[in-house]
Design a protein around this ligand. Structure first.
Ligand code: ATP
Length: 427
């Protein structure tokens, strides 16, 4: 694994962003758990996505559909037949790989002295099976959803009849999806359980409308990532080749990140045409009573992949300091409060009351261990944008120092203005 990736994996474990799933029992391939800092970062990503995709718009509504759905959904959607990856097996050691991941195959070949030969590719279905019901023998086989998308389609008529949406409009959703990935790897990048954030945007059934909205959503999604701090040089669009397009897509483009393991997809913009609504025999009645099947432009992003890329992109080493320069809206803790000295009762008391006051408004950390320099370093590594220190001057003039994570500069601010100061920075 690349050195930067190793540093990120170690930081995530050490500071409580991401832990291997079921670690005390040897782990479970392709699963990861969020720790105390990780769950905050992840929730903040989801909150910002919802704010931009649902709350700030009039033409998008949200839903939260079940993970387990009637099997017929997956028959009709084509996933039972076509949600596959091509699998090949190394004839020497029987390791299995995706035939379309040429680099992984070449790397594997280098691990054998003899020339490696491979089995013919065969299609491997990625849907994860489970059993529903209580009576053995009468349990029904179900699938954990392989994409959250279908929840938006099967609820299309429910949403139309229960709200005032009119085409063009979108249904947004965030939730878990499961895939029996052949080669989970690159830390959380390819997992078997992961979370998606998706918009299904329904438009009139013609190329002019579909192209217009496809371009619109492409730009919106790219600027969302850039607006939350990802360096634009590390972002690009990539058009799908005909051979790699999913079974439902008329055309598709990915947003890719320049990861240490190469340019990698973390969001797909797909023109799904009328594929899904037709598959589920769903229609829409337009303004003039005409019945038609709308087309769909989809934006499908990964919460876990974007979390990994936000971490990678914000990671920097400056001398002895490791800093996560996360956008303040994403940072797990916004503020940390310290008494300059932990053994001075009046300093601790004043600092505690400032901490108690800020905590209901912002995620606020408390630290009174070690010296102030070490506390700054610990907060830098957790990505906390501002540290408030209560010192002897505070007791005289009711001001504190506020230290900025990115510049390491400090300024004095009145205690009564602190809350507004942080509020302004976060809006
Ligand atoms: P890949 O080609 O990398 O397997 P995909 O094209 O199959 O991905 P989509 O089906 O378009 O992915 O899924 C949409 C998004 O869901 C992806 O852009 C990614 O962010 C996320 N995603 C898909 N598979 C995984 C996975 N195994 N682990 C983590 N996130 C995933």
């Amino acid at each position: 694994m690349d050195e930067k990736m190793q540093q990120i994996v170690a930081l995530c474990k050490r500071r409580g962003f991401i832990f291997p799933g079921s670690e005390i029992y040897g782990g479970l391939t392709g699963t990861w758990d969020c720790g105390p800092l990780g769950v905050e970062l992840k929730n903040n990503i989801k909150k910002q996505w919802w704010l931009s995709m649902v709350q700030s718009r009039e033409d998008v509504v949200g839903i939260d559909a079940s993970i387990v759905m009637n099997k017929t959904v997956w028959e009709k959607s084509g996933h039972l037949k076509a949600f596959t990856d091509p699998l090949v097996e190394c004839k020497i050691c029987h390791s299995r790989f995706r035939a379309d991941k040429k680099e992984e195959i070449e790397n594997h070949e280098k691990t054998h002295k003899d020339k490696v030969s491979w089995t013919e590719p065969k299609n491997f279905n990625l849907l994860v099976k489970a059993l529903f019901g209580v009576l053995e023998g009468e349990q029904s086989e179900v699938y954990l959803r392989g994409e959250i998308t279908q929840g938006a389609f099967v609820n299309f008529e429910n949403v139309v009849s229960s709200t005032r949406v009119k085409i063009p409009f979108g249904i947004a959703q965030i939730g878990k999806a499961f895939r029996n990935e052949i080669t989970p790897g690159n830390f959380t990048y390819r997992s078997r359980e992961f979370e998606q954030m998706e918009l299904e945007f329904f438009v009139e059934n013609n190329d002019k409308e579909a192209d217009k909205w496809f371009d619109y959503w492409k730009e919106q999604r790219m600027s969302w990532y850039a607006g939350l701090g990802i360096n634009k040089d590390n972002l690009r669009f990539r058009k799908h080749e005909d051979s790699e397009r999913a079974h439902y897509a008329k055309y598709a483009e990915d947003i890719e990140y320049n990861a240490p393991f190469g340019w990698s997809e973390f969001e797909g913009i797909h023109h799904r045409g009328d594929y899904d609504l037709k598959a589920h025999a769903l229609n829409y009645v337009g303004e003039n009573g005409e019945k038609y099947t709308p087309w769909v432009i989809e934006t499908s992003g990964g919460v876990d992949r974007s979390m990994l890329f936000f971490l990678l992109d914000s990671f920097s080493k400056e001398g002895e300091r490791t800093v996560l320069k996360l956008h303040p809206k994403l940072a797990p803790y916004k503020v940390a409060v310290f008494p300059l000295l932990a053994n001075k009762e009046d300093l601790v008391k004043r600092a505690r009351s400032i901490f108690e006051n800020l905590k209901p408004q912002f995620m606020t950390a408390w630290d009174d261990r070690g010296n102030i320099g070490k506390r700054y370093l610990a907060q830098d590594e957790a990505g906390t944008p501002w540290c408030v220190t209560v010192d002897f001057q505070t007791l005289e003039d009711e001001t504190v120092t506020v230290r900025d994570r990115d510049t390491a500069k400090q300024k004095r601010i009145k205690v009564e203005e602190l809350s507004q100061y942080f509020q302004n920075k976060l809006t």
